[in-house]
Design a protein around this ligand. Structure first.
Ligand SMILES: *Cc1c(COP(=O)(O)O)cnc(C)c1O
Length: 341
């Protein structure tokens, strides 16, 4: 059996999604004339209680545009040291926006108002101006850890008091909402900008949506053009996004249930030294280095048709997603139990 757990970006469109794409009504979106893209932007904004949306090719682009429109060169961005915007966007915030990151050590990527307050610079020419706080929900490198609305509300209160902007990297925000049972429409009250990925757990082939006020999205549209992200008949892709929002949100709990199964068998195996709690669809674990390295364990699993991703030099990451079935999960659990035996 082949089981690819390297990432939730590996999903391929379902037949129904392909059909929705095939039936899309399209136009030139750089002219603002693609009905499917316009509908996706309106739908996503409505879900999160935001005024407007902008469809972009990737979550890296929506994050980078958000940083650009919320800051000026020489400003500082507060984020966790595990943040995607810092670790996995190629140094983009420094290059595209000329800003420095202020890296905090949250609890598995989750920040508190206290930590943030301590790291807001005073008005003094020595320090960069603190301008933006960026949260990641769920936090990828934190093993899919998530924020609840009261935590977000408290950080937003601090941001407003201090005159700071608040961005959400919501690549997996629906995984978080699935766990908390909260209504996404509440998010609109707290964030200036939100990036939502359609191509992760939601299963669309391409795309992310940036959300914000009408004014912010007007500005974002200029930046998207400069970044080369203006797409023409993008409605074929937007149609997949609309299908995903309408059909693939509730099923995320299946991914979470399967991740728990993998976590449980890993915990029972004494060749595995550490397993990070699988709070959503991400399972991160570390084989006992006295036994084998992560690369060696990945090679053993690959011999059984199971693919995971190395996470740093010691850890392995599995991500459950739309294309992982109960049969694949049971097979993987079985192979994981057998490791070292
Ligand atoms: C995947 C991901 C992104 C965006 O990645 P793209 O591959 O550029 O779409 C942003 N933030 C987090 C936390 C992610 O996991």
């Amino acid at each position: 059996m082949k089981v690819d757990l390297r990432s939730d970006t590996l999903t391929r469109p379902t037949k129904e999604m392909l059909n929705a794409m095939f039936c899309a009504q399209v136009g030139d979106d750089v002219f603002g004339e693609d009905p499917e893209v316009n509908a996706l932007q309106v739908l996503t904004a409505a879900i999160f209680g935001m005024e407007a949306g902008l469809f972009c090719p990737s979550g890296t682009m929506t994050n980078q545009i958000a940083i650009k429109i919320n800051t000026q060169p020489m400003d500082e961005v507060i984020c966790d040291k595990l943040s995607h915007i810092y670790l996995y966007e190629g140094g983009g915030m420094m290059f595209n926006s000329g800003v420095s990151p202020r890296l905090l050590s949250g609890e598995r990527g989750i920040l508190t108002p206290g930590m943030i307050a301590e790291n807001i610079n005073p008005e003094d020419v020595h320090y960069p101006r603190t301008k933006l706080i960026s949260l990641e929900n769920t936090c990828n490198k934190g093993g899919g850890s998530f924020y609840t609305l009261p935590q977000i509300e408290a950080i937003s209160g601090l941001a407003k008091k201090e005159g700071l902007k608040l961005h959400l990297d919501g690549a997996r925000v629906f995984n978080a909402l699935n766990r908390t049972g909260e209504n996404p429409v509440e998010y609109g009250k707290y964030f200036d900008t939100i990036s939502v990925c359609l191509s992760k757990g939601l299963g669309a082939p391409v795309g992310s949506v940036l959300l914000g006020s009408h004014e912010a999205i007007q500005h974002a549209k200029r930046v998207r053009k400069v970044f080369g992200g203006g797409m023409r008949q993008a409605g074929y892709l937007a149609a997949a996004g609309i299908y995903a929002l309408n059909h693939h949100i509730e099923r995320l709990s299946e991914d979470h249930r399967r991740a728990k199964i993998l976590e449980t068998v890993l915990r029972e195996n004494n060749k595995i030294q550490e397993v990070i709690p699988a709070e959503t669809n991400i399972v991160i674990f570390k084989p006992d280095p006295k036994w084998k390295t992560n690369k060696e364990v990945l090679a053993m699993l690959a011999d059984s048709g199971i693919k995971g991703a190395p996470f740093g030099n010691e850890y392995i990451r599995f991500v459950t997603h739309l294309d992982i079935t109960d049969e694949m999960t049971a097979y993987t659990a079985n192979r994981l139990s057998a490791l070292g035996k």
